[in-house]
Design a protein around this ligand. Structure first.
Ligand SMILES: *[C@@H]1O[C@H](CO)[C@@H](O)[C@H](O)[C@H]1NC(C)=O
Ligand SMILES: *[C@@H]1O[C@H](CO)[C@@H](O)[C@H](O)[C@H]1NC(C)=O
Length: 231
């Protein structure tokens, strides 16, 4: 299930390749199937997802994007709030929560499971995201949270993200990283990431142990976690 309340900005959640997202019902739903998505794992559904996202974000009501069970072939997706024009009273409602992404395969991509937020003030949040059962093949950044995203160091006056990221689970993530740092949590000093959990993660780098890197993050590692967790 993917739920967002009103437009949100400051977050770009990027997912690649095949997804199967669990979902439940809600009041105002935007069903990705009615935007042309096909749950067959073959038809490129990127555009349909983006259209559903935009429709949901431009609605004045509380909305939900409904993703029926299935396999969706998705290219690079950058979900952006509609990343503006919302009123101050809405600011505290912005966010993404309870998203489950399972059985993803990443082949030689730059990023795998990535949550990225701009280094800008905001009251938004990302919480309750579960990444389950992912296979990485030669991925540059298999697991990454980048809360200090500021390309060219422009327009991020405070260099600190206001987005709160919490309760993110990575479970059953395995395969190979093409860089030594296979797990990177680079969170905001103002709003550290909390409740980050790694469980049964086995990522290697050129058949050697990879590394993990943590800043401003709290959480725990359970069962086997390779590279050794920095949480
Ligand atoms: C998200 O999940 C949590 C924990 O299961 C639940 O308490 C909360 O109500 C959910 N939020 C939404 C918007 O469904
Ligand atoms: C971790 O992955 C490596 C390389 O794929 C594999 O050789 C090793 O057996 C795995 N370890 C466990 C405990 O699954």
């Amino acid at each position: 299930m993917m739920k967002l309340t009103r437009p949100f900005h400051g977050i770009i959640l990027i997912l690649f390749v095949m997804l199967a997202i669990n979902s439940t019902s809600a009041t105002t739903k935007y069903n990705v199937l009615s935007f042309g998505a096909k749950p067959n794992g073959k038809t490129d559904s990127t555009k349909a997802f983006l259209m559903a996202w935009e429709a949901a974000c431009s609605s004045a009501d509380s909305t939900m994007i409904y993703v029926p069970k299935g396999r969706y072939l998705l290219g690079s997706m950058a979900f952006k709030g509609g990343s503006i024009g919302s009123l101050a009273k809405d600011l505290k409602e912005e966010g993404v929560q309870n998203v489950t992404i399972r059985k993803t395969t990443f082949m030689e991509t730059q990023n795998g499971l990535r949550i990225k937020s701009w280094a800008r003030p905001s009251t938004g949040f990302v919480q309750g995201v579960r990444f389950l059962d992912s296979l990485m093949r030669n991925v540059q950044n298999p697991i990454v949270i980048d809360q200090n995203y500021c390309p060219h160091n422009l327009n991020c006056p405070n260099q600190v993200s206001g987005i709160k990221i919490k309760d993110i689970i990575y479970e059953g993530i395995r395969g190979t990283s093409s860089t030594q740092v296979a797990i990177k949590f680079d969170c905001s000093p103002k709003n550290p990431c909390t409740g980050i959990r790694l469980q049964n993660v086995n990522l290697s780098y050129l058949n050697k142990p990879a590394q993990s890197s943590c800043s401003n993050v709290r959480g725990k590692a359970l069962n086997l976690v390779r590279p050794e967790s920095c949480l």
